[in-house]
Design a protein around this ligand. Structure first.
Ligand SMILES: C[S@@+](CC[C@H](N)C(=O)[O-])C[C@H]1O[C@@H](n2cnc3c(N)ncnc32)[C@H](O)[C@@H]1O
Length: 232
């Protein structure tokens, strides 16, 4: 597939800006890509990858990687992104991660490891949920089992497909500081948490008004998600 054929709009409003941050990297053949927390579904589908790509899936859960489609990964690494693996140092042109960094216990160590794993000139692009999103605050007070049962019942979430979250340093200020030493970086706050309240229309309406207020008043530390980019 030519890079021009990669979709530019997606149903999920987070996906377009995320893909735009690495679209040009997919023009070069023979690149090495690391997908952090790739699990059962690689972030970059096999048909989008340029010829000669070496695509590595890293995940703490080997059983998640094992159920991915057969052509998903050229290599898998089972491990915690927070634990340094010297064999990965300086190997990658691009590192991507979709909805994983809110699950890690030590965000600083995880981000530092992505920097080590990039080649000079390489780029890291990640989407993660924010520490102060309403759903993140609820996750802190409602035990995991109860949350999972509620999400399965009201939102149709498949049991066993949600992972424990830590939301360590998942705020605008903390992310901006963590990436401050990189050659270049960007932290983009996004506000898109209404789906969690879909089963209760009046709660959803109130919540959407709250999100509009967050945007208007630039409460970047209360964003529901962050798109982060770091250039080594
Ligand atoms: C919400 S899933 C996202 C999976 C995949 N990126 C996707 O878009 O479908 C989170 C994934 O992160 C993995 N994970 C959680 N903590 C991790 C860590 N510390 N290091 C590496 N992977 C981790 C989980 O095993 C799981 O596969």
């Amino acid at each position: 597939m030519q890079v021009e054929e990669i979709p530019s709009s997606f149903t999920d409003p987070r996906r377009g800006p995320f893909v735009d941050r690495f679209r040009t990297a997919l023009r070069s053949p023979d690149i090495a890509i690391l997908d952090v927390g790739a699990g059962r579904r690689p972030t970059i589908p096999a048909e989008w990858r340029p010829s000669g790509t070496h695509y590595v899936g890293l995940d703490i859960a080997g059983d998640e990687l094992a159920v991915a489609e057969p052509e998903s990964y050229d290599e898998v690494v089972i491990g915690d992104i927070g634990s340094h693996v010297p064999a990965l140092d300086g190997r990658f042109d691009l590192i991507v991660s979709w909805q994983v960094l809110e699950h890690v216990e030590d965000l600083q160590a995880s981000v530092e490891n992505t920097h080590r794993y990039l080649r000079p000139g390489g780029r890291m692009v990640a989407m993660l949920s924010g520490s102060y999103a309403v759903f993140a605050l609820l996750a802190r007070v409602i035990p995991y089992e109860i949350r999972m049962r509620a999400m399965t019942r009201f939102l149709g979430v498949e049991p066993g497909t949600r992972f424990e979250t830590h939301y360590n340093k998942c705020t605008y200020r903390a992310l901006d500081a963590l990436l401050g030493t990189w050659t270049g970086h960007e932290v983009v706050p996004l506000y898109c948490g209404a789906d969690y309240f879909r089963p209760w229309p009046w709660v959803e309406r109130t919540y959407v008004a709250y999100e509009h207020w967050l945007v208007r008043t630039k409460r970047v530390n209360l964003a529901t998600h962050y798109l982060i980019v770091g250039d080594r």
